[in-house]
Ligand binder design. Structure first.
Ligand SMILES: NC(=O)c1ccc[n+]([C@@H]2O[C@H](COP(=O)([O-])OP(=O)(O)OC[C@H]3O[C@@H](n4cnc5c(N)ncnc54)[C@H](O)[C@@H]3O)[C@@H](O)[C@H]2O)c1
Length: 329
């Protein structure tokens, strides 16, 4: 029996593949390489280049590898791009996911772990955000993920598809092998470290007049290995017949943009020039997750919660892979 990892050539998926293999699982990666890197795919995983909505390909993979579950990471994840190109986001993130789940069900695969996001909450009315918080996204990316959550719920009721939908806060950090190499890069930690490495002149700080202690926006950073461990536990939960769940994955601690910059200075021993610019539309002041439910349901406890450890792992990876996977961000 094998686990299908869609998006296994991407940042979080490639690290999860390592963890699955270390746990003795057989792994099949499906990725169209639109945003990922062939070199990120672990050599011990079977690899298929193709789209999640390719019924013939997914059907063949399910038959050839006797799949028992799917971890569905594949998606487009740029908020700004989703605003200018919503059709691509609804097609790739929602329609392709629907076809994937239909094809898996037709092949008898009824367990899915889904990469959802805190972007499904929109602007929170309280933090830390619990799963019961109203979901009203403020961009097409968030809506495309929320629609998949609703689809999974309907497929559970009608067809017995069991799922764990994991709502990540800000994924960050690296393993020795897998790190963040998006092009363009929009995430704060790799941007700050690119400045420390001298590959970018300065970091833009969007907004310094929020109602937060230093005026800059606060986010909840979670190490990708901690995310991966939650996926392993979610898989175990589904295999023991556990019910479908929606669970937040975050540390419950927020760090401001200036705290991230200061931590990067300490970790790298380099200067990190920054420039304060205006707020970005739709950036909430604080996004911090309450992950109590993931602890209760899965027994998940993040082992690498310190921002310093997260930034250090990302810096170590960047030093060892100065060109990422061969593409400069
Ligand atoms: N990075 C974060 O902080 C974060 C936060 C919340 C949720 N997420 C979600 O986690 C998942 C992984 O994020 P990431 O940062 O690793 O992204 P990523 O872009 O690095 O990885 C996504 C991978 O999916 C592939 N892909 C995209 N559409 C595909 C399709 N239709 N068929 C096959 N392959 C396809 C891409 O080529 C890429 O390798 C995404 O679903 C994202 O929405 C990420």
């Amino acid at each position: 029996m094998a686990v299908l990892v869609t998006g296994g050539a991407g940042y979080i998926g490639s690290a999860f593949v390592e963890q699955l293999l270390a746990a003795g699982e057989e792994v099949v990666v499906l990725d169209d390489l639109s945003r990922g890197h062939r070199a990120a795919v672990h050599p011990k995983a079977a690899f298929y280049e193709g789209r999640t909505g390719d019924r013939a390909l997914v059907g063949r993979i399910a038959r050839d590898h006797r799949l028992d579950a799917c971890a569905h990471f594949a998606a487009f994840a740029y908020v700004g791009e989703s605003v200018t190109e919503p059709a691509r986001y609804f097609d790739n993130n929602f329609t392709q996911a629907q076809i994937l789940f239909e094809t898996l069900l037709a092949a008898g695969v009824k367990r899915v772990v889904f990469s959802s996001t805190c972007a499904t909450y929109g602007v929170p009315s309280r933090v830390p955000i619990p799963e019961s918080h109203p979901q009203w996204p403020i961009n097409p990316y968030g809506w495309s993920k929320l629609f998949v959550e609703r689809l999974l719920e309907s497929f559970d009721r009608a067809y017995g598809l069991r799922f764990v939908s994991l709502r990540y806060f800000n994924a960050a950090g690296a393993t020795a092998r897998c790190g963040e190499a998006h092009s363009p890069e929009t995430h704060l930690i790799p941007l700050v470290l690119a400045v420390a490495a001298g590959r970018r002149p300065k970091v833009s700080v969007f907004g310094d007049d929020y109602d937060t202690p230093d005026g800059t926006a606060i986010r909840d950073y979670i190490h990708i290995e901690d995310l991966g461990e939650a996926h392993l536990l979610a898989l175990a939960h589904l295999r023991r017949g556990g019910a479908s769940r929606f669970l937040n994955l975050g540390n419950g601690t927020g760090y401001s943009v200036l705290e991230v910059i200061e931590t990067a200075r300490r970790v790298t021993g380099r200067d990190v020039p920054f420039e304060k610019v205006g707020r970005r539309e739709g950036d909430p002041p604080r996004l911090v997750g309450d992950a109590t439910l993931a602890r209760e349901v899965l027994g998940w406890v993040p082992k690498r919660p310190s921002l310093e450890a997260i930034v250090r792992s990302a810096w170590d990876w960047m030093q060892a892979h100065p060109d990422g996977y061969g593409v400069r961000s």
